[in-house]
Design a protein around this ligand. Structure first.
Ligand SMILES: *Cc1c(COP(=O)(O)O)cnc(C)c1O
Length: 486
């Protein structure tokens, strides 16, 4: 048998070296030239069909595998690394982060835990997240797939800590009074999903109305808590949002913290958009109070521009965090020395095996320093202000909601007969900009008014890109007026 065993390693290491060097060269050019390519383009039929090919039984040379990808994959991205991508809410990635993901895979450690360098880097990045938000050193945290999972972690600890029974032992069926969580009507959809997964049901989430500025109405929150308590329910947690998806509104964190303390409730902050404003010198006052939360979800793949995926949950009370997730299995006992002599990182979350997602964040923070990331956040907020001014000066456009941070809501408004006409015209403008690969914005409806939504969470955007957006929306709007509705 000796010498006949197979392996996935190449026979020709020098050939692999040459190919990999070429791939890296191509990747550098791809990133350098991103501005010169269309942001997005529809895939032709043959490209789509290529991804429906059946399971390969026989080998293909790696060079040819790469050839398929350079033809069929790389030219058809979502577009979010492009300087004029402002849809939904996501980061624009960075090349250092891509190297981080590559090295993480090469080194290959499993971040379920263990005594190795990757484990220390994972913990260091969690510590750095605590430092960025002003969380105490004693707090705990874990890196997860993204903001949705980070919120699930926070809400799970909140449920177990506040339920009044041992939820791990008895399950939610043992809970005496139905638990109630509160968030504004602008809350991200992941919270409903979280509470469904936690066995508490959608009914456990009370949507508190928002004020005209889209922040939570705190008088309504207080009234809802009082009413629910009187009705025999158990108010356990307020979910404040630091940066809502629709408009970037930041709930009054200080006031919500005070309500939570007075009512003996858990104070969770969904900071997927805005938590990192804490590192931005010109704007950090907007999220003052976030450091007092019992738990926070933040999202390094948004305003730290880490390649997907990486989110982070921070929990003020490390004991509560561990009591929620820690398990001791006979096959995962710690040893005094050796590989198993560190505490298990899987005791802080749901996954057992975990990827080394910390490295991409660690490398970019080392390279640039946190101050630069803070300045980039300020820059995006300044750009949103600039775009707002441009819209205000342009008679064909109207701002549909006051801009607070980096999200701008507006629409084309000249010769629009009705709300449905406005939606038709503006949707068509949005789609044409995508299809021509010029710019990508999304749309939403705020207070019953449909609008285009520009979320500038992009370190590559410059002011001139926003000028392109304004003139393109005006040009397309005028063009639309010449085409009759069908
Ligand atoms: C993006 C976002 C989430 C979800 O985060 P993912 O990283 O996409 O899972 C949750 N809440 C808010 C406010 C968000 O903006």
């Amino acid at each position: 048998m000796t010498g006949k065993e197979e392996t996935l390693d190449p026979k020709d290491w020098e050939g692999l070296r040459r190919l990999t060097h070429r791939i890296i060269d191509d990747a550098i050019d791809y990133t350098r030239d991103v501005r010169d390519r269309p942001l997005w383009q529809e895939m032709p039929r043959d490209v789509r069909d290529s991804f429906a090919a059946p399971l390969p039984q026989e080998p293909t040379a790696l060079e040819d595998v790469y050839g398929m990808l350079s033809t069929n994959m790389m030219p058809y991205p979502m577009g979010n690394i492009h300087p004029r991508f402002w849809m939904w809410y996501m980061g624009s990635s960075n090349f250092t982060g891509a190297i981080g993901d590559f090295l993480a895979a090469v080194q290959g450690s499993n971040l379920g835990g263990g005594n190795h360098s990757a484990g220390l880097i994972d913990q260091q990045v969690v510590d750095w997240c605590k430092q960025m938000l002003g969380f105490p050193e004693t707090a705990s945290g874990t890196l997860v797939s993204g903001g949705s999972m980070a919120n699930i972690i926070g809400l799970t600890v909140a449920r177990n800590q506040m339920a009044g029974i041992d939820v791990r032992e008895d399950g939610v069926a043992g809970i005496e009074k139905p638990l109630r969580f509160y968030g504004s009507d602008q809350l991200h959809a992941c919270h409903q999903k979280a509470l469904e997964l936690l066995g508490l049901g959608k009914a456990s989430l009370c949507k508190v109305p928002s004020l005209p500025d889209c922040t939570m109405d705190l008088a309504a929150l207080q009234a809802a808590i009082t009413r629910d308590r009187a009705a025999g329910l158990k108010p356990v947690c307020v979910i404040a949002t630091a940066g809502t998806v629709n408009t970037g509104a930041i709930d009054d964190l200080m006031a919500i913290e005070a309500i939570c303390r007075a009512e003996e409730m858990w104070f969770h902050v969904d900071g997927c958009i805005g938590a990192l404003i804490a590192i931005a010198p010109e704007n950090k006052a907007r999220v003052a109070g976030i450091e007092k939360a019992d738990s926070v979800a933040l999202d390094p793949h948004k305003w730290l521009h880490a390649p997907f995926e990486v989110g982070c949950a921070l929990i003020r009370d490390r004991g509560a965090h561990r009591r929620t997730f820690a398990t001791t299995s006979e096959y995962l006992e710690s040893t005094e020395r050796g590989i198993a002599s560190a505490h298990w990182l899987h005791d802080y979350g749901v996954q057992t095996s975990r990827g080394f997602r910390a490295l991409k964040v660690w490398m970019a923070l080392q390279e640039h320093g946190v101050q630069k990331f803070g300045r980039l956040i300020d820059q995006n907020i300044r750009q949103a202000r600039y775009l707002t001014e441009r819209i205000n000066q342009e008679p064909a456009l109207e701002l549909t909601f006051p801009t607070s941070i980096n999200i701008v809501c507006f629409r084309y408004c000249t010769d629009i007969a009705s709300e449905s006409d406005s939606k038709r015209v503006n949707t068509e403008i949005m789609l044409r900009m995508q299809e021509t690969g010029v710019a990508a914005v999304s749309d939403t409806t705020v207070h019953g008014r449909h609008c285009l939504r520009v979320a500038i969470n992009n370190h590559r955007t410059v002011e001139a890109d926003l000028d392109v957006l304004v003139s393109e929306v005006v040009r397309l709007g005028k063009l639309m007026q010449e085409i009759p509705a069908n």
